[in-house]
Design a protein around this ligand. Structure first.
Ligand code: ATP
Ligand code: MG
Length: 306
């Protein structure tokens, strides 16, 4: 069956990205809550049709580590894309002051299995691995979204700002600056996986903009500097070795997904007891209390100004 706008009841906004807005919606015929992403594109009908057709292969991308796809449609020059609603949101907002090793192992295992499924069963390279594209629910499930499935959509999104928070591998950053888009291989996603793990351990992006004079200096650090490592005090040698296998500057030296699944860090994850629902509940509480604090601070500043 095909989804259309008249079947949807709009609820609250879940977040905003560079290219669109994500809203929670209720699909009235089935009573299923969904997340609907709106992407505004200035394209003609035939290109919009091509995007909807290309997105259709997402119906085959069914796996426990991939967010379910329900359907896409367009109205005027907006593409609407409906997917599984994940009630704990994205990882970037659940990191707190850093995710403990056991939980990091579970999340990483899901990410590697998801990426391996996309590559082996769907011949898809993700191309946008980062904490905002890893979604979590209160059951403790971890799933990937926003992978590059439509060539037409990728070409239509003006990828303007590669700076600020780049999860791109060094070879991609170099490639972009030479305007050469052909350098992307599956190992570029392995770099982004490693960088996402560092972020999850720190609770913030590993190359904080405020420590660099400008975006050029920041990108230079990613391309030429020593890759970041997991903090020694809080993570085991296995965990630290795993990340170092992902964050090689030379793409050919990075581990493959099969090698990562066989690594002691993920082998141990199979037998380790981790309370994922418990962690999710606590991470949501922390996130919401921080948000409330921020709101109160803003209100106080506002009152002082008056
Ligand atoms: P960028 O535009 O740089 O890729 P992004 O990934 O944050 O950033 P979007 O993909 O538009 O941008 O998503 C915006 C936010 O909406 C996400 O950060 C996430 O918190 C939330 N979100 C996206 N999809 C879902 C979903 N299926 N369920 C719940 N929340 C979601
Ligand atoms: Mg996203």
């Amino acid at each position: 069956f095909a989804i259309n706008m008249t079947q949807l009841q709009l609820e609250e906004e879940l977040g905003r990205g560079n290219y669109g807005t994500v809203k929670k919606v209720l699909h009235k015929p089935t009573k299923v809550y969904m997340a609907m992403k709106e992407i505004r594109l200035e394209l003609d009908q035939s290109k919009l049709n091509a995007i909807i057709m290309e997105l259709d292969i997402l119906h085959r991308a069914a796996a426990p580590e991939i967010v379910d796809f329900y359907g896409a449609f367009f109205i005027e020059s907006c593409v609407y894309y409906c997917m599984e609603y994940m009630d704990a949101g994205s990882l970037d907002k659940l990191e707190g002051e850093g995710i403990p090793e056991g939980v990091l192992g579970r999340i990483t295992g899901s990410m590697v299995r998801g990426l391996k499924f996309l590559k082996d069963d769907m011949q898809i390279i993700h191309r946008d691995v980062k904490p905002t594209n890893v979604l979590v629910n209160r059951k403790g499930e971890v799933k990937l979204c926003d992978f590059g499935v439509s060539g037409q959509l990728e070409r239509s999104l003006a990828k303007t700002n590669i700076g600020c928070q780049s999860y791109m591998a060094p070879e991609r950053i170099k490639g972009e600056s030479q305007n050469n888009l052909g350098t992307y291989t599956v190992s570029s996603d392995v770099w982004s996986l490693g960088l996402s793990m560092i972020e999850m351990s720190l609770g913030h992006y590993p190359y904080p903009p405020e420590t660099y004079a400008n975006v050029f200096a920041q990108l230079t650090a990613i391309v030429h500097g020593d890759p970041p490592e997991l903090p020694e005090e809080r993570y085991s040698d296995d965990a630290r070795d795993f990340v170092s296998r992902c964050l090689h500057r030379v793409p050919e030296l990075r581990a493959t997904y099969a090698e990562l699944l066989d690594h002691p860090f993920l082998v141990e994850d199979q037998t380790r007891a981790v309370d994922m629902p418990g962690w999710v509940a606590q991470a949501i509480d922390y996130r919401d209390s921080k948000q409330r604090e921020q709101l109160e601070k803003q209100q106080q500043q506002h009152q002082q100004q008056q």
